[in-house]
Design a protein around this ligand. Structure first.
Ligand SMILES: C[S@@+](CC[C@H](N)C(=O)[O-])C[C@H]1O[C@@H](n2cnc3c(N)ncnc32)[C@H](O)[C@@H]1O
Length: 249
């Protein structure tokens, strides 16, 4: 039987797996000016935090996984920066600071499976933004093909090298979409090429948020939507955009 594991307890594997994810770094560097005070929700392993700190942004990260928090702190030399990586839940946090920018990147928000959880997060964001503070929410725009996803057909979604054993790993995805709840049940099967015994599964769920839902939730929670981009080049969101990136005040 194949082992199950949690990628969010394996920070170095997470960094190996997402070696290719760089397309959003320039976007955040451009939209968030140096010297501003910033909070990232679900800050992961510091993939975006490290380049923003290098850009003289006063960066704070809030992260649910203790392993990820410790790993991020170990990447940061400055003690003040280390203290600014905070263990917490983006639906119920209280930090003694107000921020010029708060952002949720790379589909992290899709871990909130219900409108209630989304609203709780938005309320926390609202109460931590300074006057004229800006909230940036970056999630995928659900593609109609999701509606036809079925568990039976695994798809190769990415491959990477595991730096602990130098083996190539392919990730095959099984995905079942529930139309009522708009939640995808996902299994990622990590297939090791040489170390076959290391193969394992990560099971998780993601909520597909459609633009009308996000618009309503943001407005109901007191935000004004200033811009919606459809990509990291800041082109306006359109019907066929792959991303929905909200800039709300
Ligand atoms: C897709 S990863 C993105 C990590 C990082 N933002 C990046 O761009 O590489 C999602 C992250 O959100 C964290 N996470 C999930 N639910 C959370 C919650 N309720 N509160 C805070 N962090 C959460 C996970 O532990 C994980 O680190």
């Amino acid at each position: 039987m194949i082992n199950t594991f949690d990628i969010y307890q394996n920070p170095s594997l997470y960094d190996d797996q997402y070696w290719w994810k760089r397309d959003d770094i320039e976007f955040y560097k451009k939209i968030i000016p140096s010297n501003s005070k910033v909070l990232e929700l679900g800050s992961g392993t510091g993939r975006l935090g490290v380049p923003l700190l290098r850009n003289d942004v006063e960066y704070f990260g809030l992260e649910l996984s203790k392993e990820f928090c410790n790993y991020t702190r170990s990447k940061l030399l400055n003690k003040e920066h280390q203290k600014q990586i905070i263990h917490g839940d983006m639906t119920s946090f209280k930090i003694d600071h107000k921020f010029d920018y708060i952002f949720v990147a790379f589909n992290t928000f899709l871990h909130l499976l219900t409108n209630d959880k989304a609203a709780q997060c938005f309320q926390c964001v609202k109460s931590h933004l300074s006057d004229n503070g800006i909230f940036i929410l970056d999630i995928v725009h659900p593609h109609p093909s999701f509606l036809f996803k079925s568990n039976n057909k695994p798809e190769l979604v990415m491959d990477f090298k595991d730096s602990t054993n130098d083996d190539i790993v392919e990730i095959y995805e099984y995905c079942e979409y529930n139309h009522e709840t708009e939640i995808c049940d996902i299994i990622w099967e990590y297939r090791y090429q040489k170390h076959v015994d290391s193969s394992k599964q990560f099971k998780y769920q993601m909520r597909m948020y459609y633009p009308d839902t996000i618009n309503r939730l943001l407005i109901d929670n007191g935000f004004y939507i200033d811009e919606v981009y459809g990509d990291y080049d800041m082109n306006r969101f359109k019907e066929h955009s792959q991303l929905q990136i909200y800039k709300a005040i």
